[in-house]
Ligand binder design. Structure first.
Ligand SMILES: *[C@@H]1O[C@H](CO)[C@@H](O)[C@H](O)[C@H]1NC(C)=O
Ligand SMILES: *[C@@H]1O[C@H](CO)[C@@H](O)[C@H](O)[C@H]1NC(C)=O
Ligand SMILES: *[C@@H]1O[C@H](CO)[C@@H](O)[C@H](O)[C@H]1NC(C)=O
Ligand SMILES: *[C@@H]1O[C@H](CO)[C@@H](O)[C@H](O)[C@H]1NC(C)=O
Ligand SMILES: *[C@@H]1O[C@H](CO)[C@@H](O)[C@H](O)[C@H]1NC(C)=O
Ligand SMILES: *[C@@H]1O[C@H](CO)[C@@H](O)[C@H](O)[C@H]1NC(C)=O
Ligand SMILES: *[C@@H]1O[C@H](CO)[C@@H](O)[C@H](O)[C@H]1NC(C)=O
Ligand SMILES: *[C@@H]1O[C@H](CO)[C@@H](O)[C@H](O)[C@H]1NC(C)=O
Length: 458
């Protein structure tokens, strides 16, 4: 049935897919960075099926969770702001508007998966949109800024002083695993959101709440005396026994938030010092044994124990490091070399797929490691595209040209949005039938896709 010739074609195609073209970047040459970013963004969007007929805008297929789709659209807004390429703006706007859902980024379809951290990643996407004057939504929709304010206000109302002296719990809903856990990511996201809202709006209240979150993390030693940052603590033991795992994205949140507040306070010593100490501590993510200048997700990458979420963390960390170098210029000379070596490492991993636009995970390895997914792709895109930060204007504020109109009361039961109410979430949690339906569609698409491939070959 299949001649040798056909088999050889298939085989060489497969090999080509593994070790095909590579992504070239030339540091200091913006055109080469943009070209690479464009290939990588195309590779990233290949994973997205939410704009196909009958699919739900803003969702990635299994196994990717809701939050990671928010993070992907955040990265695509950043892609647009750094490169000026509008190719993905339509799918991005559609996704950002659809996932507002019935409750300002607390859509009832996601009540099984959404924690405070998950919700925050969608808020970061619209914060980016506000800060770069990404085209405003139609007038009948809330503005980007109002959406971010709503998420922040919702979370401020979830601040819980009953255990651990404060902090946000990981989960929003009591029925989800992790409700009793106060994780650093939820609180560091809250911190960064507050810092950015303070800088954009000039409203001091956001800065105060952000500072409260930072100080709480210090108080309970989730940020220790050396500014090492841990995963979280349990309400059962009043957060006295932190889980000693360190993730790049927690450092990234704290570094970016400190830089926004540093900028907002016209260069205060307080935030300058926090920033310096965090940058000292995060050197553990650039370990000597892997060259000393390449970013490594130490808690899972070398041992290959990363779950589906974790390979994406380097994307956010890279972005937040870059923005810190811009908003706190005294950190630039320290940050820039780390970005460049990491980006070069990442580019070396981007030799997978037919156009050499799929990226592996371990930036310190010389050959495509075959570990490819949304997280790896987004991380490589992010560290590479953020090399453009020096030639990109700083994020706007309301005083410097930002024109997203806010709604300070959104999400607090006053005006705007669906408020922080969670009552309608009880009506329709995701059933296993929904999940089955999604799976069936995915499998069908994959089967059709491979059939199409075979037809083209024969
Ligand atoms: C979805 O969007 C991508 C990126 O813009 C595009 O390449 C693709 O053709 C779109 N798919 C559909 C079904 O419209
Ligand atoms: C985006 O949508 C507008 C309006 O529907 C359309 O004119 C434009 O061609 C679309 N752009 C892309 C890149 O799909
Ligand atoms: C929630 O699920 C329904 C049914 O699948 C879908 O029509 C709707 O678009 C989803 N809403 C969101 C915000 O994803
Ligand atoms: C729990 O921790 C907080 C913050 O460290 C502290 O203020 C509070 O007294 C502790 N509560 C108990 C019951 O130990
Ligand atoms: C500042 O933010 C707080 C907290 O969201 C809000 O209550 C207050 O109305 C805001 N003030 C102004 C002047 O917008
Ligand atoms: C920062 O500087 C600006 C312009 O000089 C001033 O309006 C603002 O009040 C200052 N902010 C702080 C927190 O000192
Ligand atoms: C705030 O950020 C802007 C934009 O990068 C920069 O020019 C300015 O120097 C920063 N402010 C401080 C105090 O570093
Ligand atoms: C907001 O700013 C953008 C870019 O600077 C501009 O294109 C848009 O027209 C502005 N919108 C309003 C309502 O001023």
């Amino acid at each position: 049935m299949w001649s040798n010739g056909v088999w050889r074609t298939v085989l060489s195609l497969l090999l080509f897919c593994q070790y095909g073209l590579s992504i070239d970047i030339e540091i200091g040459n913006d055109a080469s960075i943009k070209k690479a970013a464009s290939s990588l963004a195309r590779g990233l969007v290949r994973f997205y099926t939410g704009n196909a007929t009958g699919m739900i805008p803003g969702l990635l297929p299994d196994p990717y969770f809701w939050w990671e789709a928010g993070a992907m659209f955040m990265t695509l807004v950043e892609y647009w702001s750094l490169t000026g390429d509008t190719t993905y703006n339509n799918i991005t706007t559609e996704a950002l508007l659809h996932q507002i859902g019935d409750n300002d980024y607390l859509p009832s379809n996601q009540s099984r998966t959404e924690g405070n951290d998950d919700q925050a990643f969608w808020a970061f996407a619209v914060l980016d949109a506000a800060e770069y004057n990404y085209p405003n939504p139609p007038p009948d929709k809330p503005s980007w800024l109002a959406l971010a304010q709503s998420v922040f206000n919702q979370q401020a109302s979830r601040w819980d002083t009953q255990h651990c002296g404060g902090g946000l719990r990981w989960q929003i809903f009591t029925w989800n695993n992790g409700y009793n856990y106060k994780n650093t990511i939820s609180n560091s996201c809250f911190f960064q959101m507050g810092a950015r809202l303070a800088r954009y709006t000039g409203n001091q209240t956001y800065a105060e709440l952000a500072e409260k979150a930072f100080d709480w993390l210090l108080d309970i030693k989730m940020i220790d005396d050396e500014y090492r940052v841990y995963d979280g603590g349990d309400v059962e033991d009043n957060c006295t026994n932190p889980t000693i795992l360190e993730w790049t994205y927690n450092y990234g949140n704290l570094i970016a938030g400190s830089a926004y507040l540093y900028n907002f306070t016209n260069g205060s010593d307080v935030w300058g010092n926090h920033l310096t100490k965090l940058l000292d501590a995060v050197e553990v993510m650039y370990p000597e044994e892997y060259g000393g200048k390449i970013l490594v997700e130490m808690a899972c990458e070398p041992a290959e124990t990363c779950n589906v979420d974790q390979p994406s963390f380097k994307a956010y960390f890279s972005r937040w490091l870059a923005i810190a170098s811009q908003l706190a210029p005294f950190t630039r000379d320290r940050i820039r070399p780390l970005m460049e070596t990491s980006a070069q490492g990442a580019a070396g991993q981007c030799t997978g797929g037919p156009q050499g636009e799929w990226c592996g995970r371990k930036w310190y390895e010389k050959v495509f490691d075959g570990l490819n997914g949304v997280g790896e792709q987004m991380s490589a895109l992010s560290v590479i595209q953020n090399l453009l930060i020096d030639s990109t204007r700083a994020p706007f504020t309301a005083n410097t040209g930002g024109n997203s109109t806010g709604d300070p009361g959104a999400g607090s039961g006053g005006s705007g949005g669906g408020g922080g109410s969670t009552s309608n979430l009880l009506t329709r949690p995701m059933t296993s039938a929904d999940k089955g339906g999604a799976w069936f569609l995915m499998v069908l698409i994959m089967v059709l896709w491979s059939l199409a491939g075979w037809f083209m070959l024969s």
